[in-house]
Design a protein around this ligand. Sequence first.
Ligand SMILES: *Cc1c(COP(=O)(O)O)cnc(C)c1O
Length: 456
Amino acid sequence: MKTIIEPFKIKMVEPIRMTTREEREAAIRKAGYNLFKLPAEDCLIDLLTDSGTGAMSAEQWAGMMRGDESYAGARSFFRFESVTKRLTGMRHILPTHQGRASERILFGVLGGPDKVFPSNTHFDTTRANIEFGGGRAVDLVDPAGKDPTLIAPFKGNMDIAALERLIAEVGPANIPLGATTVTNNAAGGQPVSMANIRQTRDVLHRHGIPFFIDCARFAENCWFIKMREPGYADRSLESIAQEMFALADGCWMSAKKDALVNIGGFLAINDDDLAARCRQMLVLTEGFPTYGGLAGRDLEAIAQGLIEVLDEEYMRYRIRSIEFLAERLVAGGVPIFQPAGGHAIYLDARRFLPHVPAERFPGQSLAVALYLEGGVRSVEIGSVMFGRRDPDGRFVGAANELVRLAIPRRVYTQSHIEYLVEVILEVFAGRDAIGGLKFDFEAPILRHFTSTFLPA
Ligand SMILES: *Cc1c(COP(=O)(O)O)cnc(C)c1O
């Protein structure tokens, strides 16, 4: 087999500003050792997130020019609606400005005190929108998904027995809907099998509970189903996606992921009554039903992106490039969350820096080291993000100390990935000399965004 190449050529380039180690030392000190506070221009390879950071195609940019900006009934809306309806099979499509706007509308209508929402794992904005209304968000990922070293095909699956127990415990009347997130972003970007999605639907429907899909990375999930689940090897990604959506009563999407655009989202619903109630909320806070929170040009770009993301040559390149990164790291002895996720690699900082205790933030220390070594910006998902203090002010660490390297879509080439491997292996070779960090300023809420640190 020949090398899997990027299935595109480059029409427009954006320069990367090269920096020296001295410049990076000054920049990270100025940023208080918090990578969120770095100007993007000071990052050579920016892997902070895969959300809204992708590159659009020539056809998407052409669509931007064709965008119909009529207030009501714009041609661009009907194109967007026909593509999303064909994909999801849903009767009602509501455009929103991004994923969390869909969540706020849906859980604003269905949520409330005493309401319980099970999921394989809620993404943080989903959880926040459920909890904002007083509801309870319950994560029920299969136990296999919690073991960072286990190699298994579908570690994003729902724990079906736990779902049954939860329904028995709280009663179906208190569960307005159950959801599955594909791929499971908050749990290592791991995929969910079609069989598990069907079982989840069956259990929920047996109790009269609607089933929704948080489909931000639906196409990556469909690729894993095609590669790993018996019976799907010869099916097109589109037909796998259609089979998956046909199991659901609705879905919501952050188009900033698998719709290959920089902003956008939608909420798709089958039930006429629920759709009517959501549409009222849409008009209140997003916009008229045929544009929602978006411009006509954005609707065009999403419609085109949803077609392009199902191109198998694109997906083969994307998943292979991330797998290649994982293989090279594992071969070099670097501890990572196994197997590689659909959109990211997660370094296991606890095993990478065993001499740095949780209260000295091994994930943050590793992220800073990657930046100093090669200008790589990653994100800590550990005790800075999820650690807390108990009522006596004592430090309580997070369950895992991870560093996520999220790969933007169609932005970096194979040589960028090879550079990344070199940087990580170099940092791994010098890991014994990496010290921990302590808070300089500890922000009271969402502390990973604004806290600052000092070398400990
Ligand atoms: C990004 C994301 C969201 C939220 O979408 P935004 O566009 O960032 O508001 C919801 N669910 C999942 C799984 C996501 O990855």
